[in-house]
Structures are given as C-alpha cells and as structure tokens.
Design a protein around this ligand. Structure first.
Ligand code: PLP
Length: 384
C-alpha cells in the first residue's frame, strides 16, 4: 500500500493535553486554560443577526453553492480591496472554506501525490504536516533564520525538486513572527522558480497591534501566478465555531480545490457563508474592539512576566506568547508541573513539531486578571 495509513500518523499532542486537562478536572482542580487558541469573545451582533435572517429565509434552505455564495464572493472581494488594495475576480480566484484548517488540508490533498514533498515551516500549525502524511507525501521542514524568516538556502535541492506545495504562516502560530511584503515576495519568487504552489496561511490577518497592519501575499505583484492564501473568521471575528473561511489566489489551484471538494461533499454551509459575508463586510467596525481587548491582555501578561524577572517581548501580532521552558524542566514535565502546582494549562512547544521543543505557548483567551494570575503562577513554578 503506497498511501500512508491513518494509523501511521503520530498521536495528536492536543489530545494528550486534553487528557491531562480532564484528569486535573477529575481531581477537582480549578484550571486557567490558556492552552487552546479558541477565542472566548462573542460572535459579533451584526453576524448573529445575519445568521438569524438567513436561517429563516426559505430561499436559502437548499444545498449551498459549491464554490461560494454570490454574497460571500462579493463581500470577500470588497474586503480584500479595502484591507489590502488587492483586486480579484472572485468567480475564478476565490473558494469558500468550512474553516481554514480543513481548507489547508484539502489544498494539500488536491495538490500532492504519494512521494511528493510539502515544504512546511519547522515550527508549524499541525495540519500542514498531518494532511501531508495523509496524502502519502513527505513533509520537509524549512528552518527559520534567527529573525523568524525562512532559510530557503538551507533546503536540500533534491527535495525541493519533489515539492509541490510550500506553506508559509505569518503572523505565525505559535511563533507570533510577522514578515514584510518584500519577504513574502522572496517566497513567491522561490515558489515560482521551482514550480511550487505557495500556500500562505493568514489566520491572524487582523490580530495585530501598535499600528502594524498584517500584509497579504497577494500584495506581491503577480503573486496569483503561483500563490493562494487562506483567510478565516475564526480569530479575527470570534467565530471559531461558525467555520467560515475562504481561500483566494491562483485560479488553477482554486479549480483543483473545487474539483476535490465537489467530489466528496457539498459547498460550505450557507449559514456560515452568510455569517462570513456579514463579518468581512463589517470588518472595519468589528475588529478594533476585539484587537483592543487582546492588546490589554497582552500588555497585562507581558508586564506580569517582566515584573517577575522574565524577559518577555510583547508580540506585534496574534493572540499568543511563545516562551522558553525554564531551565531544568522537560517539555511535558513543565506542562504537568504547571497544571499540578498552579492549575495553568499551557501548550508544549512540541505540539508544533520537534523544533518547538524547549518552548511553550500561552493563548490570550482569558481576561487580563486571569492572565496575570497565570503569569504569576508560572513565574513561581519556575523558581521552585
Ligand atoms: C495558523 C493557523 N491556521 C489555521 C487555523 C485554523 O483556523 P480555522 O480552521 O478555525 O479557520 C489556526 C487555528 O488555530 C491557526 O492557528
């Protein structure tokens, strides 16, 4: 059998974390859960109202459009123009997704054969490597330079020659690193030179601070010759449960995805597409208060760590802190110590690949006072 079987895929670290969390709760422990990256804020009212209207609309009760509902297409095209100055023909360049996680998996599955290579950042959101293994392809990890850019020079030429997809994720989960449009242009040029589809995962497009506007790969002139980019409502609009996302870019890749998806299912739920249309249409009103809340949380927890003698930089983007495991602790040992002594649940860096060893991630998904409590507990646990 040439395909990698499901059983050959290593266990999901997040499941192990779930088990530890459940065991602590069963012992009666109160937890401060900053392990998971699921936004705790409400779905915006304008989105709830749009979904309510859509649910009651007889015209929307049938199967959804395969590619995208026209209202969602139009809202996405207007958003991309307003936010990034990018003009697209949504009929050819855009596809609705039921979340970017499964969209990324589908894009990988639609563009790889067994034996192909997918280039994945060495610290990565797990689906990049897992969908690659499901496809029977090989994930090859791209090392980071000290500033978080990818070290393309370090890649093995023979493996690059077998690559069909290359994934970049800026701002990165869990690294929080951002890059400029010039750096994205370097990845576009590399992908074009080697005939690889460049997949930019832009899950954190709106969660940035201090006047920094996250760039899109489509701002690189000619990027749609070789690139696609996934966007999602999950983080920007507190809509992780709605499963509304889209992919935009290279028309051929969109057509391949459409072929893949239409053979195994229907289009994305019309309710989710209507919700996505409302969110992207009203992005300029919805995003600022959400970002303001994350900024307050970020500043509070960073100040608490620094007051405790740690040296923590405030990230410019995302909803995470990516920190060093204190000396003398193994990765799981540190996670378990925190749960047992402080009730704080964090994610070990190895959840994001071997190169994440020695780090841990905190999600800013609790209000400031709890985050400060978590930071104080962590600082104390490291001293003992
Ligand atoms: C980098 C990155 N990409 C994609 C996703 C998936 O988001 P969704 O499937 O909710 O759109 C996440 C979620 O945490 C993420 O961190």
């Amino acid at each position: 059998m040439s395909r990698t079987s499901l059983s050959a895929i290593p266990p999901y670290v997040f499941y192990e974390l779930d088990e530890r969390r459940a065991a602590a709760r069963a012992r009666g422990q109160q937890l401060i859960d900053v392990g998971i990256g699921s936004p705790d804020g409400p779905i915006p009212a304008v989105v709830v109202e749009a979904m309510q209207r859509a649910a009651a609309d007889r015209a929307l009760s049938g199967y959804p459009y395969f590619q995208a509902h026209p209202a969602y297409r139009d809202a996405v095209a207007a958003y991309l123009h307003a936010r990034f100055g990018v003009t697209i023909d949504p009929a050819r360049h855009m596809h609705a997704l039921a979340g970017s996680k499964e969209g990324i998996a589908e894009l990988i599955l639609a563009h790889t054969n067994p034996g192909d290579v997918v280039l994945v950042p060495e610290v990565y959101y797990p689906v990049y490597a897992r969908a690659t293994l499901l496809a029977g392809a090989e994930p090859v990890f791209m090392p980071f330079l000290p500033d978080g850019r990818l070290d393309l020079e370090a890649l093995d030429a023979a493996r690059v020659a077998r690559a069909t997809v290359m994934i970049v994720n800026y701002p990165g989960n869990p690294t929080t690193t951002s890059v400029t449009v010039d750096e994205l242009a370097r990845y576009v040029a590399f992908a074009e030179r080697h005939g690889i589809l460049l997949l930019s995962d832009l899950a954190y497009s709106e969660l940035s601070f201090d006047g920094f506007a996250v760039p899109s790969v489509l701002q690189v002139p000619g990027a749609d010759r070789v690139a696609v980019e996934t966007h999602t409502c999950s983080k920007s609009f507190n809509m992780a449960g709605v499963r509304a996302a889209f992919v935009v870019g290279n028309a051929e890749a969109i057509a391949r995805l459409d072929m893949y998806r239409s053979n195994i299912g229907y289009g994305v739920s019309t309710l989710s597409q209507v919700a996505g249309a409302a969110a992207f249409t009203h992005h300029a009103d919805i995003v600022p208060p959400i970002v303001a809340e994350y900024r307050v949380r970020r500043d509070a927890i960073v100040a608490a760590f620094n007051a405790g003698g740690w040296s923590v930089q405030a990230p410019r983007a995302t909803m995470y802190l990516w920190l060093d495991v204190p000396e003398g602790f193994g990765d799981w040992e540190w996670v378990d110590t925190l749960i047992e002594r402080t009730g704080v649940v964090v994610t070990p860096g190895i959840a994001f690949g071997e190169a994440g060893r020695g780090k841990f991630r905190i999600s800013l998904v609790q209000e400031s006072a709890k985050l400060v409590g978590a930071a104080n507990g962590i600082v104390g646990a490291a001293r003992r």
